[in-house]
Design a protein around this ligand. Structure first.
Ligand code: ADP
Ligand code: MG
Ligand code: ZN
Length: 615
């Protein structure tokens, strides 16, 4: 184990400043204050001044004589010798016998002040400093020795009554709940497990995309178990000074062991748990903190009742040592909710607001495909806000549907007026997407198209609705999706003979899909089942890194272009074949600004000119 010492440099720094102040005060300020014009002279000088009649006022005390010259400007002091004729001689010299006022500091007082002022400064300094330190590092025993006070506890202790969150507040995520239920059960009744000789996992790691309820689940565990709950965020360990994070980890586990059985929850653990890459100039502080965490997790056996939960959305970046059995050996995936999960989450949050009687949650859940728990909670809240804005007492279906769009695409931009020409282009562009989607049998039908500008910057958008859950995507489905993405641009080309910037997002998405087909899904004849790219960031946007030669990279690029172009041509053909429908629906959209899926389908399949099947 590494012995970690906190960095004392800043402390010494401040003490040095205090010392400097003392020296400066003593050299410049106090001497001039002390001077106050009193001059020590010997008795001989006093005698000769008396002889020469230079004395102004004089006062004779028991052990000293204080006198001034004639101008009374300079004050002198001398010792009092046993001199019987002194008074006579002074009288003869014409000196005034008067109390000479010396505005001089009492030397005792002077020394006290010259010491006290720097001392006060030092005390004030160290007070401020210790406060700051305490904020930064929490309870650090080493610093306490240093006499800087203790500071607040680093880990917040949650107990049952604090969070009040139960498993019933977490909708969906049944698998995660089941795994966590076991931990709760163990904490309630450890004997049941030890009798059989079972050791419970020491740590469980909740992994999943942002907003899926990882933090919520951990809080629910605390709510269900009757044990103390220590919650700390990974970022709280990361300190400015090397060693303090490690001290914090030590402190947290010390507290936890005292309070066992208990749960320690480390949120966003990737902040400290990143792979130690051994690079020169790596993050020392983070590595020390991680080392300390690893040591602490080894430091107790599974049966002493401390269960560690952690959450992250970057599991791939975690240090392998952290994931080995005996540490975070149980991994609990917290995935984006499926359709039923979304319905349940909407219901949980819907129960907190006043809903009108006939809400079709499944319609909303379908529209909000791909939304996380946090987004769904936000949708319900937005709907409630909308109801208030419109002066209603209850939330209606319409509020919820509108807020799905708000959460997906942003608010309607009231003051952004599209010119007629732009509006026309956007109409054709959006209908292009929708028509291509609808004409390809495997594509999901359109739910709604609008050309009302949104705060997200979209000038219009097409909302597609997945009928069911898709876990797999076939090659044809991906190709159709790419064709749908290119449909907007294709419509512009056909109708206006010119193209606009409006397709940039479509292009990005189409490229991503096509590229993945080549480099990850093995959907080309050329490469077969060889992965050219690996996903490095599964839950956060799915960034990828290339693992192939430059030549292959060039090939991948070429094939990507080829795939997108093929689909683009397919979309163009579909639209030209159905140009009558394109005009008809675009006209409707242009006039009404919004078209629902039903209206769209009605126009598409109306009259006798049923659209031609493609392929
Ligand atoms: P993260 O996974 O990023 O830690 P949180 O647990 O902080 O996400 O979730 C944020 C919010 O989203 C929660 O406070 C809750 O309101 C809502 N939420 C997320 N998932 C669910 C769920 N499964 N059931 C109910 N609410 C959820
Ligand atoms: Mg969280
Ligand atoms: Zn588009």
């Amino acid at each position: 184990m590494q012995e970690v010492k906190p960095n004392k440099k800043p402390m010494i720094f401040y003490w040095l400043i205090a010392l400097l102040i003392i020296i400066l005060l003593n050299t410049f300020v106090f001497p001039s204050a002390m001077k106050s014009k009193v001059k020590e002279v010997d008795y001989g000088t006093f005698m000769s001044m008396t002889e020469n009649k230079e004395i102004g006022s004089v006062s004779v005390n028991n052990d000293e004589i204080i006198f001034t010259d004639k101008s009374e400007e300079n004050i002198y002091r001398t010792g009092n010798l046993n001199d019987p004729q002194l008074v006579d001689r002074l009288y003869a010299s014409g000196a005034k016998f008067d109390k000479v006022v010396v505005d001089e500091m009492n030397p005792v007082l002077y020394y006290m002040i010259s010491l006290a002022i720097p001392l006060i400064i030092m005390v004030v300094f160290s007070r401020i400093l210790s406060k700051k330190m305490a904020e930064r590092m929490g309870n650090n025993p080493t610093m306490m020795q240093f006499g800087m006070g203790s500071g607040a506890n680093a880990a917040k202790v949650y107990v049952k009554s604090d969070t009040g969150i139960k498993f019933s507040d977490v909708a969906g995520e049944e698998e995660a709940k089941e795994l966590l239920q076991e931990i709760v059960d163990y904490l309630h009744n450890p004997d049941k497990y030890s009798e059989i000789g079972a050791n419970l996992p020491k740590g469980a790691l909740l992994v999943g995309p942002p907003g899926t309820g990882k933090t919520l689940l951990a809080k629910a565990v605390a709510g269900e178990a009757d044990v103390p709950f220590f919650s700390i965020s990974g970022s709280e360990f990361v300190q400015m000074f090397v060693g303090m994070g490690a001290a914090k980890v030590r402190d947290l586990f010390k507290q936890a062991k005292e309070k066992a059985p208990c749960i320690v929850f480390i949120d966003e653990i990737d902040t400290i748990g990143k792979k130690r890459d051994g690079q020169i100039g790596g993050n020392d502080e983070r590595e020390q903190t991680l080392n300390q965490l690893l040591t602490e997790m080894d430091g107790f056996n599974g049966n002493n009742g401390v269960v560690i939960l952690a959450a992250t959305n970057r599991p791939e970046s975690l240090d392998p040592a952290l994931l080995r059995p005996g540490r975070f050996d149980r991994r609990i995936p917290v995935e984006l909710p499926d359709l039923q999960g979304r319905i349940d989450i909407l219901k949980v949050h819907g129960a907190k607001v006043k809903m009108s009687g006939n809400i079709d949650y499944s319609e909303i859940a379908r529209a909000a495909a791909g939304a996380s728990g946090a987004e769904l909670a936000n949708i319900v809240n937005e709907a409630a806000l909308r109801a208030v804005r419109q002066g209603r007492k209850k939330v209606q279906q319409q509020d919820l549907m509108e807020s799905v769009e708000v959460v997906i695409a942003g608010y309607q931009k009231k003051n952004k007026i599209l010119s007629d020409k732009e509006k026309l282009i956007v109409s054709y562009h959006e209908v292009g997407h929708a028509l291509v989607a609808a004409l390809q049998t495997n594509s999901a039908p359109v739910q709604k198209i609008t050309i009302i500008p949104r705060t997200s910057g979209a000038l219009g958008y097409t909302m597609q609705v997945d009928e069911g859950e898709h876990n797999l995507m076939s090659k044809t489905e991906i190709e159709n999706k790419i064709a749908t993405f290119t449909g907007g641009r294709a419509a512009e080309e056909i109708i206006f003979g010119d193209i606009t910037t409006g397709a940039s997002n479509d292009i990005e998405q189409a490229t991503k899909l096509a590229r993945a087909m080549v480099s990850r899904f093995g959907m080309t004849d050329k490469f077969g089942m060889v992965a050219m790219e690996t996903v490095t960031n599964q839950y956060l946007g799915g960034d990828t890194s290339l693992a192939c030669s430059n030549e292959t990279q060039t090939l991948i690029d070429q094939m990507t272009v080829e795939i997108v172009e093929n689909q683009h041509q397919k979309a163009k053909k579909l639209l030209t074949d159905n140009i009558g429908k394109l005009h008809e629906i675009a006209k409707y959209l242009y006039e009404n600004e919004t078209i629902t899926g039903d209206e769209f389908m009605q126009i598409l399949y109306s009259k006798n000119n049923v659209p031609g099947e493609c392929e």
